[in-house]
Design a protein around this ligand. Structure first.
Ligand SMILES: NC(=O)c1ccc[n+]([C@@H]2O[C@H](COP(=O)([O-])OP(=O)(O)OC[C@H]3O[C@@H](n4cnc5c(N)ncnc54)[C@H](OP(=O)(O)O)[C@@H]3O)[C@@H](O)[C@H]2O)c1
Length: 258
């Protein structure tokens, strides 16, 4: 992708977001890194300014709050937005009757509300600029009908996947120069498991490999990017399995993670 403006990454303090930041910096993009942990953002900014010679701005903000999304949008007011990645997010495991409602509401604020608000504002800015690429990090969970034992997380990622695919089609119909893609990985080795309190039933891919696939797919203008052949086959195969059976099979996989 031609470097024009800056690249903004939410959830840049760890995992997939941090690797996306490393790759975009290596391509020469000036960055704006956003997450809550300021120290982790600072360490990454110092690393990338040294190794890639790009300027790295930081916005420490809780995107689960209205104030947090506003702080990020205010910090970007004067910037040209070449790439924007909505990567911040987390999961919550357990049987639905037992999981904490307050934590689920926090999750919806980050995985759904912040994605909606930031996508709307950033897309308008990119359309006005006449260029830009927006990447929303959903999950392969978002392409499946439901995920027992990670129920609200699956539902939140279905929202992100559905929203992003719809916008992709609207932009395609308008022949817009702005691109929107949805990243839908299966298991990736990051801090996700510790935060969601699960362990993967299947081996995960590395965040670095996931970030490489994401940026290749974004550059190609793919609507949905599913890294790894195994996950691509699983997602494609799922289309031929009756919905009820698929939910039961997903429940079996998810139960193993608890
Ligand atoms: N790992 C997987 O298997 C997998 C698979 C499919 C999709 N995903 C998705 O990929 C995205 C990145 O996850 P990851 O695997 O890289 O996990 P991770 O290592 O736990 O990273 C999550 C990132 O989100 C940020 N974040 C969480 N809550 C936030 C908040 N309230 N405000 C601002 N930032 C917040 C965290 O930063 P702070 O804690 O510093 O705020 C961190 O940088 C998530 O949306 C996740 O759902 C992950």
């Amino acid at each position: 992708m031609e470097v024009k403006g800056c690249a903004v990454i939410t959830g840049a303090s760890s995992g997939i977001g941090r690797e996306l930041a490393r790759r975009l910096a290596a391509e020469g993009w000036p960055l704006v890194l956003c997450a809550r942990r300021e120290e982790a953002l600072r360490a990454l900014a110092v690393e990338l300014e040294k190794s890639c010679g790009v300027h790295c701005g930081m916005v420490a903000a809780d995107l689960g709050t209205e104030e947090g999304t506003e702080t990020l949008l205010r910090a970007l007011e004067e910037r040209e937005l070449g790439v924007f990645v909505n990567c911040a997010g987390f999961g919550l495991a357990g049987s639905f009757a037992e999981t904490e409602l307050s934590r689920e509401l926090e999750m919806l604020d980050v995985n759904v509300r912040a994605v909606l608000v930031l996508t709307k504002h950033v897309l308008r800015r990119m359309k006005a600029q006449g260029h830009g690429c927006l990447l929303n990090v959903a999950s392969s969970a978002g392409l499946l009908p439901a995920g027992p034992f990670l129920s609200a997380y699956y539902a939140s990622k279905a929202y992100a996947a559905s929203l992003t695919q719809a916008i992709h089609e609207e932009l395609r119909e308008e022949k817009s120069p702005v691109r929107v893609s949805c990243l839908c990985p299966g298991p990736v080795d990051t801090e996700f498991n510790a935060v969601a309190n699960v362990r993967f039933a299947l081996p995960g891919i590395t965040a670095a490999y996931c970030a490489d696939c994401a940026l290749r797919g974004l550059a190609r203008g793919q609507a949905v990017i599913v890294p790894s052949l195994r996950m691509k086959l699983a997602v494609a195969g799922a289309r031929f399995v009756p919905r009820g059976l698929l939910v039961r099979l997903t429940a079996g996989q998810q139960r193993k993670k608890l």
